[in-house]
Design a protein around this ligand. Structure first.
Ligand code: ATP
Ligand code: MG
Length: 571
């Protein structure tokens, strides 16, 4: 008896179960080979991350290989900028491809496979117009009708196909079609197009070709050429599987006779965003966002700039799992993953986003002391740091109310609070500006409470973060919210599009923030928890002396809370 195959990790989804069974039974010679096949027509998004984690993950767990293959068969929309960005994103996510390929590398062998299909009577050149082809296709209830060109001789087909390649015909005059079955209940089997004429310059092959293979032709044969064993794709390709199988069965692509097997899984859908590259491109082109890497975009590069870690994205993908049924994942789940990761890792710092000046009238003028602050209560090895404290501080404007509502425990006239790791502070007066707005607070501190505890056991109900005005550094902070104000942006009223569902308040820029001096040298990409506020990272726009932070995520899920409150409040 054969030893049972033991993979590195237990199968946790239906795909891993299939792969494990195949590896154990010796199907595909016991090999496991997958690929991630993006079309370089845009930047990768979080949906692609699911596919990347699956393809590279399965290969890794079963000791197999995973290729990165650019599905670059559509010259009109593709660009080398996207190729470079996709490579960077896959690597940033923590994966290394075993081999890098381009479907365009296979244009010559693919052409020869098409010739082989013609020669065996399985493909023909059709000269109907696009409209006529559509008219011949039939409907869901009626079979299609054969093209009058379907019975051209092999010689005539070979001659026409060679002349298509040679550039003798303009776009659309002929197409090469598989000769399968115009009465098939599956439209994809009603003589699907395999090649079309397109006089366009390709980002890699230039003007070498003026005929390009269709995705449904190129994809299975590219898989077979690379000896892929499990071709994992999303559910919309389920109906294409018969054609996939027809091609890899009728063409001896792999020298060893092996055939790749297509397996479909449910794509990732996330609420409050759109994920098709075409729509994301519209957001970029219409300047709804600042670019593909705008921190509000669901792209990998946008999430990276927002402060997401590769670990959090991989963790998210593993939590949502892989199944066969479509569903919608709550954005809160993605946010949960980054909160968990940063909670464990991010250094805590104090930053005041909307500063309110506090003068401690009983603190000696000109004096500065340093208080010890814990860097990360979740990680003792992160140690402590010194933060300067002096007579004039900034606190968060939200942390003060002149007329506090019930249960407002933060600062108000006469009330005592704790300044984090420093002293107890009592508000003794307010200074107002010409418009009657609170401009400054007068406070006293209790020197006996240094470190934040009172020796007489006096209790306070709130602890505020603060910075010393003389030592703090000015910074810009960008607060992000959902890019769309509705959970399903694609669902738009008549005459409207997803662009009408944009959240007008998805970006708020605060330019008068004050952060503690330890952040002076923070480099772009560095991540922190701003105490009591959330997780923030340094944006690439930051320059020495001009810090810029992005809010990655707030500490708690303010959005869900707000929505709940709105739902409960009668209007
Ligand atoms: P888009 O419509 O966003 O352009 P696509 O499917 O056309 O998506 P490709 O570049 O062709 O994008 O996709 C590369 C791989 O990523 C494919 O195998 C595809 O099935 C997978 N993929 C794309 N979107 C998702 C998603 N939302 N969830 C899971 N996998 C996805
Ligand atoms: Mg596509």
């Amino acid at each position: 008896m054969n030893e049972p195959h033991t993979p590195a990790a237990a199968p946790v989804d239906f795909i891993r179960t299939i792969v494990e069974k195949d590896a154990a039974s010796g199907k595909h010679g016991g090999r496991v080979a997958t690929r991630f096949p993006p079309e370089p027509n845009g930047y990768l998004h979080i949906g692609h991350a699911k596919s990347i984690c699956l393809n590279f993950g399965v290969a890794r767990e079963f000791g197999g290989t995973c290729n990165l293959r650019f599905d670059d068969t559509n010259p009109a929309k593709e660009d080398v900028e996207y190729v470079d960005a996709i490579k960077e994103d896959v690597e940033w996510l923590g994966f290394r491809w075993d081999a890098l390929f381009y479907a365009s590398d296979y244009f010559e062998p693919l052409y020869q496979f098409a010739v082989a299909l013609i020669t065996s009577g399985r493909a023909y050149v059709d000269s109907l117009t696009g409209d006529e082809i559509r008219q011949h296709r039939g409907t869901l209830t009626e079979p299609g009708t054969n093209s009058p060109y379907r019975d051209r001789s092999v010689e005539e087909n070979l001659d026409l196909f060679a002349r298509m390649r040679a550039g003798e015909f303009p776009d659309g005059v002929h197409v090469l079609r598989a000769k399968i079955d115009m009465a098939s209940p599956n439209f994809n089997m009603r003589d699907p197009a395999l090649y079309r004429i397109r006089h366009a310059t390709h980002h890699r092959t230039g003007d070498t070709w003026c005929i390009y293979p269709m995705y449904d032709f190129a994809h299975p044969l590219s898989d077979a050429l690379e000896r892929i064993t499990h071709s994992l794709c999303t559910l919309e390709f389920e109906d294409h599987r018969p054609l996939y199988d027809w091609l890899v069965t009728n063409l001896a692509v792999s020298p060893d006779g092996g055939r790749p097997q297509q397996i479909e899984f449910a794509r990732l859908n996330l609420n409050y965003t759109v994920m098709s590259k075409r729509k994301l491109l519209q957001l970029v082109q219409q300047n709804v966002v600042s670019g593909w890497d705008d921190p509000r975009m669901p792209t990998i590069t946008g999430l990276r700039r927002r402060g997401y870690t590769p670990e959090s994205i991989r963790d998210f993908c593993s939590r949502i799992g892989v199944a066969k049924k479509e569903n919608v994942i709550d954005m809160a789940q993605l946010e949960h993953a980054i909160r968990e990761d940063l909670n464990a890792r991010a250094r805590r710092v104090m930053a005041v986003l909307r500063p309110l000046k506090v003068v401690i009238t009983n603190y000696p003028e000109g004096q500065t002391e340093e208080v010890d602050v814990i860097n990360n209560p979740e990680d003792a090895s992160a140690g402590t740091r010194k933060v300067p404290f002096s007579r004039v501080l900034y606190i968060e404007r939200d942390d003060f109310r002149e007329d506090p509502p019930k249960k407002f425990f933060r600062l108000s006239p006469g009330k005592e609070v704790r300044l984090r790791c420093a002293y107890f502070l009592t508000c003794t007066g307010v200074v107002k500006d010409d418009r009657g707005e609170v401009a400054e607070l007068r406070c006293t501190y209790d020197p006996a409470t240094r470190g934040g505890d009172s020796p007489d056991g006096r209790r306070v109900k709130a602890t505020l973060h603060w910075v010393s005005a003389a030592h703090a550094i000015g910074a810009e902070v960008r607060l992000y919210d959902r890019l769309f104000s509705v959970d399903d942006p694609e669902k738009a009223a008549d005459g409207k599009t997803f662009l009408d569902n944009i959240n007008p308040n998805s970006l708020e820029v605060l330019t008068t923030c004050q952060v503690e001096p330890s952040l002076a040298s923070a480099a772009p990409g560095a991540r922190f928890q701003f105490e009591r506020l959330g997780y923030f990272c340094v944006d690439p726009d930051a320059k020495p002396g001009a810090l810029v932070f992005n809010r990655t995520v707030s500490l708690r899920d303010a959005w869900t809370k707000l929505e709940k409150r709105n739902a409960e409040t009668p209007r």
